[in-house]
Design a protein around this ligand. Structure first.
Ligand SMILES: [Zn+2]
Ligand SMILES: [Zn+2]
Length: 852
């Protein structure tokens, strides 16, 4: 049911005439903050900085509840840190290149730039209605030539150092989108965007040499203590470091001769298992295969097999749950350890891009090899003794070596060392570290991306554009059809370019960069967004970087974060920045789900933030999304939850307004000489400060922080009633005023408009967010008296204020003598009194003169 339907069917809280005027309040303060430049910041050397960053959005058209949640989290952190005295940078921008803009162009005939900038305008207006504390002066859109010119300059720097290079490789290709897809963009063999079947294709393109940084990227995973462990684990697995040995695998042709040319090399993480090598496998694409073929019929078989494998994507080939196809060659391999000749295969499960493209197969210890051996009737020789309880097939664990010649009797680690020593002594192999990580393919055969600043010259080859000619601007006048590669190839004014080195006519690169490149450095640009001397003003970068708190979805746990880390290290090595890592702390927020599924248009369970804000106000939208779940957990949408948040804010409003006169007339702060009731209440106020501060500071547990504020508001109501005739008026007003101010300050980061308005109505001239975050008063926290509940037959009848450590007997006496308790005992006899020290006295009665 949509919110509108609910309104039709039954009256709810917001239809009551007494709800607070959130529309006027929110508009007023959004304008006021903007006019006063409250959140515009600049470097203040010597003052502590805090850089809070949410992942910038793709301008798809409208913001959704996931965005609202993301930005509300960042806004709480920003406002809180600001109140704690930090100089807080909180910028926003647009990850503006990408395929949807091009698809919109194809479907609706609107230019990608027009579509993108219209969406930016819409989403920016939506964001402003949320009242997020951005410094909009630093806004960037990555499709702006003044943004991507720096990316092109960095590309040239990387090209000159061999960190950007061109190669041909088999890629996942979406025939419908006509573009390369990363493995993560392929879901069940289909394109994540258009659902077409993905095919492998040999494509030449540009690559960033992220593998040069594999070791450092991995090592830093241990030092990013402010990151969630599961993200670090995903990054470590993605980098995939493995230690092992690489060695030469001799090959014998069908006629007994050795093939000419370089030897086949294999990498293994288990050199201790070499005596179990009963066959060897080459990737079908292995360049040495052609030299191993004996005759034309074998050549045909190999060609047929290669064609079959070429129809499979890499993901299919690596899947563990499918049969592994193989072709046995006439040539044979020789196990260098045993001297034994063994069968040699081509198989689809070995890929050229991983390791050396050749493996020694040890079916006793490797399940994929086991499956292949079973399917092809090959020998299986276990080389590690199995535990007696082992019932599986291949055994990958520890144990004593068996069937292993000179390694027999050794442990697995010792056998690994000895096997490597043996290879080194014979100069046929060595210890080697291997990474799963491969270089980052950044070429996209698309229009709406940053042009790659390269010109192909018939005499000089690939030549980078001269820095003074940057930016290489994406030409606006193109025909976008979605078919047949980059539309830039059909723009003569773009393609035809003079060689930057020799001046001869050349051809400009028509691939554009992967949009992950733009998102790998935008956080540097924010530090000095209008700087024209380079990608970032070094002084600004030195002051603001690294980002203190980065906030975004878990779906970016691998690629975006890894690329941003890599790019930061490249910028460092180019001498442009000084930081090793971009993000000190990372928070990965959960999804927003409704009716058990992630909100999505296709599921029809989307809640539109605009509608929510129009009905309840931005403060309610924010408070709900922060209260319903801790930030890292999924947030389950609930209409009742939204109404609850709205009712709570109304309650705060009504209390402050109803007591406005008493609060305005309050003396300057409470005195030391308080009544017992006043002292107990003041302790509650200061305990709340402590709780809320701890919840925000250490754990970002905004939901429990908000709960504590709820309790404080409840305590306010109770105290306001109970203190009427029990507390001197001056003390009462001072305590109420202090408590209301504390409540507004604590609630401020969550519901900034309402609190700012009430703060002003209390008579403050300065913004609430210019005020310091409250700190608990140690004096107030001291427990000089405890509140003990008195029940009669299980019902609360009174509360006693007693000193800590009051004896049970004294509590019992005071409870029985209490003025509010005695009427309940007038017709009853006390049977027994139960005392829970420091908390409760329960008086159990029975009818006078009879049974209970
Ligand atoms: Zn597609
Ligand atoms: Zn040239």
């Amino acid at each position: 049911m949509t919110i509108d339907e609910r309104r039709l069917h039954r009256p709810v809280a917001f239809d009551r005439p007494d709800h607070y005027p959130f529309k006027d309040v929110e508009t007023k303060w959004q304008r006021r903050w903007e006019e006063s430049g409250l959140f515009r910041v600049r470097e203040e050397p010597g003052r502590a900085k805090y850089y809070c960053l949410e992942m910038f959005p793709y301008p798809s058209g409208r913001i959704h509840m996931g965005h609202v949640r993301n930005y509300a989290i960042g806004d709480v952190v920003t406002r809180y840190k600001r109140m704690r005295g930090f100089n807080v940078l909180h910028p926003m921008g647009w990850d503006a290149f990408g395929l949807p803009a091009e698809n919109a162009a194809i479907e609706h005939g609107v230019h990608p730039a027009v579509w993108t900038y219209e969406n930016i305008a819409t989403m920016k207006a939506q964001m402003k209605t949320l009242g997020i504390s951005y410094d909009w002066d630093r806004e960037v859109a990555t499709c702006d030539p003044e943004y991507y010119r720096w990316e092109q300059l960095i590309f040239i720097g990387m090209f000159e150092r061999g960190l950007a290079y061109r190669k041909s490789a088999t890629v996942n290709w979406c025939p419908s989108c006509q573009t390369v897809l990363a493995n993560e963009q392929v879901e069940d063999g289909r394109c994540w965007r258009c659902d077409s079947e993905v095919v492998p294709k040999e494509v030449e393109g540009w690559y960033f040499k992220i593998t040069d940084y594999a070791e450092e990227l991995l090592a830093w995973c241990d030092r990013l203590t402010g990151w969630p462990e599961r993200v670090l684990t995903m990054q470590r697995n993605w980098i995939g470091r493995s230690e092992g040995a690489e060695f030469e695998l001799p090959v014998v042709l069908a006629d007994g001769r050795r093939p000419p040319g370089p030897a086949v090399r294999v990498f293994t993480t288990r050199p201790d298992t070499v005596f179990g090598m009963t066959f060897a496998v080459l990737a079908p694409e292995h360049p040495l295969v052609d030299r191993l073929i004996a005759d034309p019929s074998e050549r045909d078989r190999v060609a047929t097999f290669r064609a079959e494998v070429a129809r499979q994507t890499e993901i299919e080939r690596l899947a563990t749950d499918r049969p592994k196809r193989g072709l046995r060659l006439s040539a044979r391999a020789v196990n260098p350890f045993s001297g034994e000749e063994i069968p040699l295969f081509l198989a689809d499960y070995v890929l050229m891009g991983y390791g050396t493209g050749a493996i020694m197969a040890v079916p006793g210890e490797d399940q994929r090899d086991w499956d292949f051996a079973e399917a092809h009737g090959l020998r299986i020789v276990p080389t590690t003794s199995r535990p007696t309880e082992w019932t599986g097939e291949a055994y990958p664990g520890e144990g004593v070596k068996i069937n292993s010649g000179f390694l027999d009797g050794l442990s697995v680690p010792e056998a690994k060392r000895r096997a490597i020593d043996w290879l080194v002594e014979r100069r046929s192999g060595e210890a080697k570290v291997n990474y799963r990580l491969r270089d980052w393919g950044i070429s996209r055969q698309r229009y709406w991306g940053a042009p790659i600043p390269i010109v192909y010259c018939p005499s000089c080859g690939a030549v980078p554009e001269r820095p003074e000619n940057l930016p290489v601007i994406l030409p606006p006048d193109v025909q976008i059809t979605g078919k047949g590669g980059s539309p830039l190839a059909d723009v003569p004014g773009f393609v035809n370019a003079a060689c930057p080195r020799c001046g001869e006519p050349g051809r400009r690169e028509t691939d554009t960069m992967d949009t992950f490149v733009e998102s790998s450095w935008y956080f540097f640009r924010y530090c000095s967004a209008r700087y024209s001397g380079g990608l970032v003003d070094p002084a600004a970068a030195a002051y603001w970087m690294p980002v203190d708190q980065y906030i975004g979805g878990i779906e970016h746990a691998i690629l975006h974060l890894l690329y941003a880390r890599f790019y930061t290290k490249v910028l460092r090595d180019l001498g442009l920045v000084r930081v090793d890592e971009p993000f000190l702390n990372l928070l990965t927020q959960g999804m927003v789900v409704k009716d058990g599924a992630k909100m999505s248009k296709s599921k029809g369970n989307v809640v539109d933030p605009d509608e929510l804000i129009a009905t309840y106000g931005a403060d309610t939208a924010r408070l709900f999304s922060l209260f319903a779940a801790p930030p890292e957990k999924d947030l389950d949408w609930s209409d009742q939850g939204v109404e609850g948040a709205f009712r709570f804010l109304n309650r705060v409003w009504r209390f402050a307004e109803a007591n406005r006169e008493a609060l305005a007339a309050a003396p300057e702060g409470p005195t030391d000489d308080l009544s017992d009731l006043g002292r107990a209440f003041r302790r509650t106020v200061h305990e709340t400060i402590q709780r809320v501060t701890d919840d925000i500071e250490d754990r970002f547990h905004f939901n429990t922080a908000i709960s504590a504020i709820h309790e404080l508001i409840n305590a306010l109501h109770v105290f306001a009633g109970e203190s009427q005739d029990r507390v001197p008026q001056g003390e009462r007003r001072a305590l109420l005023r202090e408590a209301v101010e504390v409540a507004l300050l604590l609630l401020g980061p969550f519901a900034p408009h309402l609190t700012e308005e009430l703060w002003e109505r209390l008579g403050h001239d300065e913004s609430l967010f210019g005020h310091a975050w409250p700190t608990p008063d140690g004096q107030a926290l001291r427990r000089e008296s405890l509140q003990v509940v008195v029940q009669v037959d299980g019902r609360v009848r009174s509360r006693l204020l007693v000193r800590p450590g009051t004896a049970d007997e004294a509590l019992r006496r005071e409870a029985l003598a209490d003025g509010k308790v005695r009427p309940w005992l007038s017709t009853r006899e006390v049977e027994r009194v139960v005392v829970v020290p420091g908390r409760l006295v329960n008086i159990v009665t029975r009818r006078a003169g009879g049974e209970a």
